[in-house]
Write a protein that binds this ligand. Sequence first.
Ligand SMILES: Nc1nc2c(ncn2[C@@H]2O[C@H](COP(=O)(O)OP(=O)(O)OP(=O)(O)O)[C@@H](O)[C@H]2O)c(=O)[nH]1
Ligand SMILES: [Mg+2]
Length: 627
Amino acid sequence: MLSERNDLRNVAIIAHVDHGKTTLVDGMLKQAQVFRENQQVVERVLDSNALERERGITIFAKNAAITIWDPETSQRVKINIVDTPGHADFGGEVERVLNMVDGVLLLVDAAEGPMPQTRFVLKKALAMDHRVIVVINKVDRKGADPNDTLNRTFDLFLELGATDDQADFRVVYTNAVAGQAGLTDVLGPDLLPLFDAILRYVPPPKVDADAPLQMLVTTLDYDDYRGRTAIGRVTSGRLLAGQDLIRITRQGTLMPERAQYLQVHEALRRVDVERVEAGEIAVVAGLEDVSIGETLADPEQPRALPLIQVQEPTVRMTFGVNASPLSGTEGRWGTSRKLRERLLDELRHDMALRVSETDSPDAFEVSGRGELHLAILIETMRREGYEFQVSRPTVLTHRDGDGQLLEPFEEVHIEITPEEVGVVVEMLGSRRGQMLDMINDGDSGVHITYLVPTRGLLGLRYQFLTTTHGMGAMNSVFHGYRPMVGKIPSRENGSLVASETGQATSYGLRNAGERGTLFVTPGVTVYEGMVVGENQRQEDIAVNVSKRKHLTNMRQSTRDIQVRLDAAREMSLDEAIEYLADDELLEVTPLNFRIRKAILDTHERGKQKKRAEVERIALAPEQPVMS
Ligand SMILES: Nc1nc2c(ncn2[C@@H]2O[C@H](COP(=O)(O)OP(=O)(O)OP(=O)(O)O)[C@@H](O)[C@H]2O)c(=O)[nH]1
Ligand SMILES: [Mg+2]
């Protein structure tokens, strides 16, 4: 029999990137008094992963819980809160966790209004028929227009086909940083109006606690003492600590297991409990082989819950065994077996990732939602001690019923100043972008919406930031597959490629530096075929950066040289990935990133290039050859 658990609410916080989700969770935790009186608490406490702190974004969805007093029913109510990432590349995290909750807080930045990812997450929430509370956040921000934001959010509901019931949503206005909320944009002293809205409008779980146990594993974690932990909502029945259960794999195989340790969330911790009743989010430790998407079920009547569906990947890269001359000197793990194990293990956590074998036992194809999705995996593996090489990202294409080749497209939102419109329009035009909309907002700049093939966006971010002096904003979200458009020009500049193996010298670098921008400084170990800079011109050229010469023969003063050499461009992982040309690879180790040519030998590379050129001409005989 179904009953309502009035002592419980499960709610996820969803939004576009940076609209203030994690900050709002801070405020909720503080005001529910989960911290000690004088405890020092870091900002955005739920962004606990090292990469999340460094990048200032949420990457993984996470659970926290608070307990508040409900004056209407005069009882304590536990609220499970799931914080989610807003960046489109981690959209899979949002899709994954929505099955744990009964309602969502849809945050919208009062100055920016609904953005591409707002649409994506709202669409998912509406499809699951979750109750939505719209939270208009950052009402204190300069340029905030809460009314306009509300209207545009309402339009978005209609556009996404919300039912009358869904479109009749509640609205709360907040300043997450100050921890204030209100039913109008005049805020009260605290978040009470928000807590109240959650109690009144997020439905309590409706469950059958006497039915056979079913729990969908939605998140995996690791406990140093207890091993792998599985987190998910107990959909029906109850779970007892130490009980036998059946784990149903995604393929439908039944595996007998035991719920060795059983916990629930409390504030930022997990606490041991004896039993968890349906409706609550449980943490089960000690299931070594568990994967996301599996059902933990009653041993007598094991029945699987529906699989979690997430959108397919659009971008792929090859991850291969590091074949550079420096291989094995900087990493701890580097064999094909280790790499394979690690990548397959990642699939157990990340529903949005795909890994497949290639013709070579030393290389794997890894596909994800975007460059950042894959970059985070690369960075995580590197920090764990892995070394490997990755290729330039490419998009995943497929054919429609008529055999037509399709490629992924993205909706791109751009914010720039009026002066930058010319270059940016040109930049997106050359990448086959189709302008959908342009709004000149005076003070707050120009907003342009484009439809662009994902292929055209690969490698664009750095160029966009340079062009707009770091002030422009660019956001994209997957739009759909459409017929493949023509060629898209890739990087305009060639690479400066080391012709010798050795240590870069000031003398060698000075000569090479006259050709373009250097990536290495004196003293750095280089090898033949390694990319040491970007050429000003289109072709690659070989440079000898480890050449030595007696100091007395130097014309320029050492100071002059130093100034220029110090200006070597230091690339982040994301920039290095964006830089890669088709015939280049990125060598990744715990200590360094090195861009290299796929073929290291200078002569061999020259020969291959000629051969490719001859083939190109032979394949296109109808095209007149220009000289
Ligand atoms: N002025 C103002 N700034 C806010 C408010 N809420 C959040 N911020 C700021 O907005 C930035 C982003 O906040 P986060 O909480 O990390 O946003 P998020 O939605 O969790 O971001 P992702 O998880 O990466 O999608 C931070 O610099 C916050 O301090 C607000 O109400 N007013
Ligand atoms: Mg966040």
